[in-house]
Design a protein around this ligand. Structure first.
Ligand code: VGL
Ligand code: ZN
Length: 211
């Protein structure tokens, strides 16, 4: 079992990111059993849920003449336009039923402001509105954050970079994550993660307590 100052952050294990979902990540369902195994080794687990209002600014359907996977310029920067996904209260926004983490202590819902996206579990896409997760983790004495889930190159990478920026030692568990990989986004994400000092690990090593 991991120390009390470690947390496992399981990102967006929701139906819309699974094969057949609105924003399907290839082989995204394969990470659920890996996440379950990892969670058994952690006393402290936190989940996230992408949780958008139906009029969310990240949905291509809310921009006349735009189609998914194009980008638009928004006041806070460039935004990829996505298919409608993870709408609050829908089946697609629900956590996968096979996720077996009854001891998860908190669920952070993100992307709930209609005008701002939030890939990161820590900071919204305006890069200044906090979700409160950093404060919560600090208050309960967490020092190290293990991140995994969906998608490696968006919500997992952004969460890991922000965990690191908030001063936590940060590890991204590669085989417990799957990527969207849009226009080279996976390679770019790994470059940024490496430069920021986020460690790259495999679940077997994390379970063996060697990372
Ligand atoms: C995500 C795109 C849009 C993710 C969420 O969970 O990686 N990606 N919303
Ligand atoms: Zn989203």
């Amino acid at each position: 079992m991991r120390n009390a100052d470690d947390v496992l952050l399981l990102i967006d294990l929701q139906y819309d990111f699974m094969p057949g979902g609105a924003l399907a990540v290839a082989r995204g369902d394969e990470v659920v059993p890996v996440a379950n195994r990892l969670a058994q080794g952690f006393g402290h687990v936190v989940l996230t849920q992408d949780w958008h209002p139906v009029r969310h600014v990240s949905f291509a359907a809310n921009h006349a003449g735009r189609t998914p996977f194009e980008t638009v310029a928004l006041p806070y920067g460039e935004q990829v336009l996505w298919p409608v996904h993870c709408v609050q209260g829908t089946e697609g926004a629900a956590l996968h039923r096979d996720l077996d983490v009854p001891h998860a202590r908190a669920v952070i819902r993100k992307g709930h402001h209609a005008d701002v996206d939030s890939y990161s579990a820590f900071l919204e896409a305006d890069r200044k509105t906090p979700t409160g997760l950093a404060g919560y983790l600090r208050e309960v004495g967490v020092k190290r954050v293990y991140c995994c889930g969906l998608a490696t190159d968006y919500c997992v990478a952004w969460s890991a970079l922000d965990a690191r920026a908030a001063g936590f030692e940060t590890v991204l568990i590669e085989d417990a994550s799957r990527a969207i990989d849009l226009n080279g986004s996976l390679a770019t994400a790994w470059d940024q993660l490496r430069a920021a000092g986020v460690k790259r690990a495999q679940s077997a090593d994390v379970l063996a307590l060697s990372v």
